[in-house]
Design a protein around this ligand. Structure first.
Ligand code: CDM
Ligand code: ATP
Length: 281
């Protein structure tokens, strides 16, 4: 039986603008999404029938609630093929953290099934199947740096913003995405997404840092002020800027100076075990 090992990377939202609530209850967004090197390791094996999920994380469901399970079901539905799969999820990306960890695992599952079942589906087909499981999954299939519109599925690649030092700190608070969307203030000003794209095109890390923004942040920080405390710690220790990623509760900081990032990591680790240095990829 064939086996495949895939790295399943997280994402951060360099910007997350939310425009309005649609009739289908989803929100129209404009977000610059960035793949990061923080990753889970997924091992896939062919199996006769059914799905078996194993994981080292007690927070990750191993039944139909797992996004990889849903991805497998959608792949069967799309292709009409009734084959099984074994998946081992070695989790590092914090769960319910705004880093698309589950979405990324589902994206890897879709890619792995395409390979193991020798389906030869196009990237567009894989992204369409991904969208039917969750809004962040098409980006996780595509990766890199991209602007996402619609509910997050309309993607345009941007100039790569690679090898930038990113410090990730999760305070251990799980925030559901639906809850974060329900707390929004939709009347606030639009973010400067155009400015951010120009800064990315120039590869100007300082200007990128000046243009970061997340419409979900204010309401979530009101409930969890610890997020502001972490943002401040990062800035006071050399981050060019810091922001909550997606629906939270993870905070990321952009560092030009790798030494300052390492120092800040050690400082934050004393209180927050889920603190990691990584890079944009
Ligand atoms: C916050 C972000 O991570 C930013 O990248 C995404 O918008 C969330 O994407 P996701 O976790 O893949 O979201 P889904 O699993 O598709 O949806 C979970 C819930 O979030 C809300 N949701 C999600 C995406 C979106 N554009 N509008 C929404 O209102 C809906 O209530 C939905 O029921
Ligand atoms: N493979 C998986 N890994 C992590 N969580 C999963 C997985 N499958 C299902 N889940 C469930 O999905 C929910 C969200 O998990 P996830 O870690 O993807 O959140 P997130 O990082 O906030 O995602 P996003 O940024 O896409 O909103 C959790 O309730 C978790 O139990």
């Amino acid at each position: 039986m064939k086996e495949l090992i895939l790295n399943s990377h997280g994402k951060i939202n360099l910007s997350l603008d939310i425009l309005y609530k649609r009739d289908d209850e989803y929100h129209e967004i404009e977000s610059i999404m960035q793949e990061i090197s923080l990753k889970d390791k997924l091992t896939f094996k062919q199996q006769e029938k059914g799905i078996t999920i194993e994981t080292n994380s007690p927070q990750v469901p191993i039944d139909f609630h797992n996004l990889s399970y849903k991805a497998w079901e959608k792949m069967k539905l799309y292709t009409g093929i009734e084959k099984g799969i074994y998946i081992n999820i070695e989790k590092t990306i914090p769960v319910s953290a705004g880093l698309a960890g589950g979405s990324s695992n589902a994206a890897s599952t879709i890619k792995a099934i395409n390979h193991l079942w020798e389906l030869n589906l196009s990237q567009k087909e894989l992204m369409d199947i991904g969208k039917s499981v969750g809004a962040d999954i098409p980006f996780c299939i595509m990766g890199g740096t991209a602007i996402a519109r619609g509910i997050g599925e309309k993607l345009t690649s941007l100039k790569p913003f690679k090898d930038v030092n990113i410090l990730i700190c999760n305070p251990g608070i799980e925030i559901s995405t639906a809850y974060a969307y329900s707390r929004l203030n939709l009347n606030s000003e639009r973010l400067d997404t155009k400015g951010l794209i120009e800064a990315i095109e120039k590869g100007d890390i300082k200007e990128v840092s000046n243009c970061l923004g997340n419409k979900m942040e204010e309401a979530i920080i009101k409930e969890y002020p610890i997020i502001e405390t972490i943002k401040k710690t990062m800035r006071e220790n050399g981050a060019l800027s810091s922001l909550m990623s997606g629906s939270g509760s993870t905070v990321f900081g952009i560092f030009e100076d790798a030494q300052k990032m390492l120092f800040t990591k050690e400082k934050l680790l004393k209180t927050y075990p889920l603190t990691y240095c990584c890079k944009t990829i």
